[in-house]
Design a binder for this molecule. Structure first.
Ligand code: ADP
Length: 255
């Protein structure tokens, strides 16, 4: 079995407001896996990501995480690309390296490399206002990847994009993941996206936030877009939909 990058053991998280975000959440993320968290709003998906990143502490339970002192690195991608409007694409992507004290020469090589990987070489001098939503998201992903993280935490990164752009970025992300072999924890509302991308889907429920299923997606990589409408993919999507909406499926089927 692959070594585990992260593990949550019986984690509870209650915010100061009294909101119980997670109750008894146990989750293992093996190194190199693409794991998606799916569930309704408020079921604690973002809280899991923040706990994994060390941005929040659990109220109870234990979290195993590799130490940053030992050279471990992670990057976070959010739904909003949050680019600096006054900076070019190159400057936006170079920002984490600049903050880490890298020289302009080191930055130039790393940024050119990552812009090529996300297909933005031609747009290095463009400003965010000149880019489409999909291109802005590519810049945001490039800015996360430029630091060469071992783990990528992605919080609904494609949620604000149209379906065609979302599918295109899904393909690009899978292609990069297969070449780079990071560990990815991906939050989405979209169970079709989760099944298509992931080696494993963790299904969550709310009130209180918890995991209700942990499904390996036994479909080989590389995944071809035709797989999206295949019977195998549909079977996984149906299974997850049943888990997410058990009552409504009984009504629809007349059971
Ligand atoms: P999801 O990502 O699945 O939408 P969240 O992790 O954002 O869920 O939120 C889980 C629950 O915790 C929700 O009830 C939310 O209102 C609450 N919550 C999230 N962040 C905070 C916070 N910083 N302070 C107080 N309550 C929060």
């Amino acid at each position: 079995m692959a070594p585990v990058t992260f593990a949550l053991h019986h984690v509870h998280k209650t915010y100061n407001s009294g909101a119980i975000a997670l109750q008894d959440m146990t989750l293992q993320v093996p190194t190199g896996q693409f794991v998606s968290l799916v569930g309704p709003s408020g079921c604690g998906k973002s809280t899991v990501l923040r706990l994994l990143a060390g941005l929040e502490q659990p109220s109870q339970g234990q979290i195993d995480r590799p130490s940053i002192e030992a050279g471990f690195s992670l990057a976070y991608v959010f739904q909003e690309p949050a680019l600096l409007p006054w900076a070019t694409v190159t400057e936006n992507v170079a920002l984490p390296l600049k903050l880490a004290g890298q020289s302009p020469r080191q930055r130039q090589t790393a940024v050119a490399d990552i812009l090529a990987k996300v297909g933005l070489t031609e747009f290095g001098r463009a400003y965010p206002r000149e880019l489409s939503g999909g291109m802005k998201m590519r810049v945001s992903i490039a800015r996360a990847l430029v630091t060469q993280p071992q783990v990528l935490l992605m919080d609904e990164p494609f949620g604000a994009l149209d379906e065609i752009t979302r599918s295109q970025l899904n393909e690009e992300l899978l292609d990069l993941w297969q070449r780079q072999q990071w560990t990815v924890v991906f939050v989405t509302h979209n169970l079709y996206e989760a099944v298509y991308l992931s080696s494993r889907v963790v299904v969550m429920a709310s009130k209180p936030g918890r995991s209700i299923a942990d499904l390996p997606i036994d479909l080989p990589y590389p995944r071809h877009p035709d797989l999206r409408t295949s019977p195998q993919c549909n079977r996984y999507c149906r299974e997850i939909a049943h888990l997410l909406h058990p009552g409504s499926w009984n009504i629809a089927s007349g059971a």
